[in-house]
Design a protein around this ligand. Structure first.
Ligand code: MRU
Length: 383
């Protein structure tokens, strides 16, 4: 099957960085120029760009562009490694604060800090240190697509075998996914949606089911658009329909991405993922997490140590979309679905699925499963 071209979250032309404003998708495609690390920080915080790998890519690219400008415009700035260090540390620390749960952003800033330290230790001058940092930052973005394709293939092949071992044909697979993990959430191809795309390309997929993923609607606005663009057969369900879907349809696996995976395999992902995992366990449906190594945080022992971002209450009161029936002109509407002034709104952006509910964790290095009888993962072979 010929692969269809996916959507783009970040577009670069020379030094110019632009992102698609995901708050306006799927009804309007508007590119916004990111001219500084402050612009990148704002775009990530306000979720104009979202998805753990995509925000790390944008942060790295914005940092690289900023450093290139600063090193060209000020001879004094590059005159000493220490002045470069101060500048770089401040910028990275600032970018790191944009969103707390997705650890890929932290992994990118740590990776750039390590580059800074090794270039300084190698006795390089300010200009050479900046060049090393800019090259490394570009790699953060450039590596993403290749590793997504790798983990999608690992995970897809593993799932087909797993289904066969359990008496199925390994063909005509029906999968459920949550949130958006495709090319809009990464630098291309995607993680969980990448696995779905891989199965589609290899003729093994019947239908991709996806939840609407309230309150931001990553499913109904973004995953729907991606699956439509890729011409992958799909069915949308409301978040409340997961149990019903499992009762009435033959679902072979739930496949999700991750924002942070603790050392024991506990996984933070979009709110609603834990619900799907609990119901999948009841129905003995395999639950698969697909994420790059940069999502694994070995410094966090288990899910209790993962910081969970609380989004502003107002975001749970609003629905973004287009007017219906369309007036033919306006492409955007933001509608309030609660009484004005409603107090008491719970709006965590992520939940944590305990390792014991996860069947497999897939990275670009391979597939990890739990040893029989164990409730946690040993991730050492996949990081
Ligand atoms: O709040 P978001 O939209 O950034 O959350 C995104 C998710 O939870 C994704 O599943 C995760 O980042 C993996 S994206 C490949």
């Amino acid at each position: 099957m010929t692969a269809k071209l996916g959507l783009t979250s970040i577009r670069t032309t020379g030094d110019k960085i632009e992102i698609v404003n995901q708050l306006l998708l799927p009804h309007a495609t508007e590119f916004i120029e990111i001219k500084s690390v402050e612009d990148a920080h704002e775009a990530i915080k306000s979720m104009k760009i979202r998805g753990a790998p995509a925000i790390a890519s944008l942060a790295a690219l914005a940092f690289a562009a900023d450093l290139a400008r600063a090193s060209k415009s000020s001879a004094e700035f590059v005159s000493s490694p220490e002045s470069v260090r101060k500048y770089v540390e401040d910028k990275l620390a600032y970018l790191y604060t944009a969103r707390p749960t997705a650890v890929n952003l932290g992994a990118a800033t740590r990776r750039l800090t390590a580059t800074l330290e090794s270039s300084i230790a190698a006795g390089k001058d300010g200009q050479a240190i900046c060049a090393d940092l800019i090259a490394e930052a570009h790699k953060v973005d450039a590596e993403d697509v290749g590793r997504n394709k790798k983990m999608s293939q690992w995970g897809g092949e593993w799932l087909v075998d797993h289904v066969k071992q359990n008496g199925g044909s390994g063909n005509e697979l029906n999968l459920l996914t949550v949130c958006n993990t495709g090319s809009l959430a990464t630098s291309g191809y995607g993680t969980a949606l990448g696995l779905i795309t891989y199965l589609h390309e290899t003729g093994k997929l019947a239908t991709a089911y996806f939840t609407q993923t309230t309150p931001y609607h990553q499913g109904s606005r973004l995953t729907a658009l991606e699956l439509q663009t890729l011409e992958i057969p799909s069915v949308m369900i409301c978040d409340t329909m997961v149990g019903s879907l499992f009762q009435h349809h033959n679902i072979h696996a739930v496949v999700v991405g991750a924002d942070r995976i603790a050392k024991n395999g506990d996984t933070a992902n979009k709110i609603g993922t834990y619900n799907a995992a609990v119901i999948a366990a009841r129905h003995k449906i395999p639950f698969i997490v697909v994420a790059p190594i940069s999502t694994v945080d070995l410094a966090v022992a288990d899910g209790s140590g993962i910081p969970i971002e609380q989004r502003p209450a107002i975001e749970a009161c609003l629905v973004r979309g287009a007017l219906y029936p369309s007036d033919g002109e306006s492409k955007q509407a933001v509608v309030m679905i609660t009484p004005p002034g409603l107090k008491g709104i719970y709006n965590p952006s992520f939940d944590v699925t305990p390792a014991e509910l996860i069947t497999a964790i897939v990275t670009e290095k391979g597939v990890a499963t739990r040893r029989p009888g164990e409730l946690v993962f040993d991730l050492s072979n996949v990081v």
